[in-house]
Structures are given as C-alpha cells and as structure tokens.
Write a protein that binds this ligand. Sequence first.
Ligand code: SAM
Length: 253
Amino acid sequence: MDFLDWFAICLANAQLPDQQDTSVNSPGKHIVVTATYETLRLHREGQAMAFDAIGDRYDEAFPHKERQVLAGEWLIKSLPTGSRVLDLGCGTGVPTARQLLDAGLEVVGVDLSAVMVKLAREHVQGATFHQLELADLRPGGPRDLGRFQAVAAFFSLLMLPRVEIPLALATVRHLLAPGGLFALSMVEADVDDFPVPFLGNTIRVSGYLREELRMVVEAAGFTIVQETSSACVPAVADVLPEEQIFLCCELRG
Ligand SMILES: C[S@@+](CC[C@H](N)C(=O)[O-])C[C@H]1O[C@@H](n2cnc3c(N)ncnc32)[C@H](O)[C@@H]1O
C-alpha cells in the first residue's frame, strides 16, 4: 500500500463526530447548524504552534498559486481603488496581501500565528497585520476591526473543525459592508478536524466535497459567482497532493 492509498483510506474512514450537528440540508442529508461560539471550546494551541514552526517554509509547499492570484485579481477588478480588504488567516502575506496592496487596496491581515504575522509584516510593508484568532472578530466578539468591502480567506477556514466553519462564515458576513465580496479557497476532502502531515508538522484540517461546500457557503448568505478548482501537486515531499477549490462570492441581501 503506497502513501496515497493509505491517505485515501484515512479520508474514507474520517467521519463527523456524533455530537456535532453542523451541516446543511441537501438531498439525502438533513443537517442543522446549532453550534455557537459560546457552546464551543476552541483548541488553537496546536494549530498556532504548527504554523509558528512551519513559518517561511509554508510558501515552499505549493509555489504555484495561479488560481489564488486569479481570485485576488477578481477582487481587484471588482473593487474601487482604496477599498478595505481583510486577508483572514493571511499566512506570510504572500501572495495575497502583497497582491492586493500593490493594486491600491487598503489591506488588513489577521493570523493566529505570531510567526506568520511577523513574516507578513516583513513581506508586505504598507499593510496592517494583527495576531488574532478569527473567532475574536465574531459579532459581539472582543475585537472589532470595522467593516470591509471584501474578505479573502485562502486555505484558512479549512484549519477549523467543521462545526466552526458556518460560524466563521457568519463572522465573514458580519465583517463585510453591504454588497461585500468574499474570496474563499478550501481543499476538497470529506474530513473533519483530521490530522495531516505538513512540512514536518501535523496540522488538523476540515473540508467538504464541492457540492456540500457550495451549500455551506450559500447557506451562510453568499452567492457564488465564480468557481475554479485544480489538482495541486506539492513541490516538497512531506506535503500531500490536494484538490483546491476557489469560490468568488458576493454577500446576499
Ligand atoms: C494554510 S495557511 C494559508 C495562509 C494564506 N492564506 C495563504 O493562502 O498562503 C492557513 C493560515 O491560517 C492561520 N489560521 C489557522 N487557524 C486560524 C484561526 N483560528 N484564526 C486566524 N488564523 C488562523 C494559520 O496560522 C495559517 O497562517
């Protein structure tokens, strides 16, 4: 059995824990979102430590980020110059915060990892970065960064347990000004809070198959106006290949 076979078996065996009832209504599935941040205990230490350790090596894993750059271009061409954009889970700031800043947008980035925030500040001078837990930005939460014309969340919401993803999307909705735009990327995988090896560390990831992802995003109040995906092969040995999905969305209502 090679590594990919092993991983496929792990994915097939991964299931939602019984006590979670986060999901959406779909043919053959009826799932209701009942979780609130107040009922959850957030476990972030492992993720923060992993991304602190991964640091600059993060950008080695998938150096070809054409689709992410295209999603950034969608934001740029859709927004007036000077619009405020939030890069949620900004990582090293490359490519997205830098791309948006270079295009004349006002960029604020947040990330859980102190090392990532430090790298982003070095890489993207002229943007503002905060070391923050995204749940702190929730409606009524401890931090208020104001409203944004757009939010980008590239591969950051997949770092949350599934039960929190609808809550994070509600936070994105709260952060957006009326008519705001949302660019999201996820990895296509039917997993919940599942440990995967990444650059010598273990990170925990969640995902959906693409139909369910669409439903989760639409149920959170977004209209998907563009969707692209691609199979990505990492440039290093200790990272798994993945199917990446990019959704360009508008806030409904
Ligand atoms: C896979 S990286 C993506 C980085 C960047 N968006 C990119 O596309 O290159 C995920 C990032 O999300 C951050 N992150 C994970 N959980 C977070 C949370 N709860 N709040 C804020 N940032 C978080 C991690 O520290 C990491 O930098």
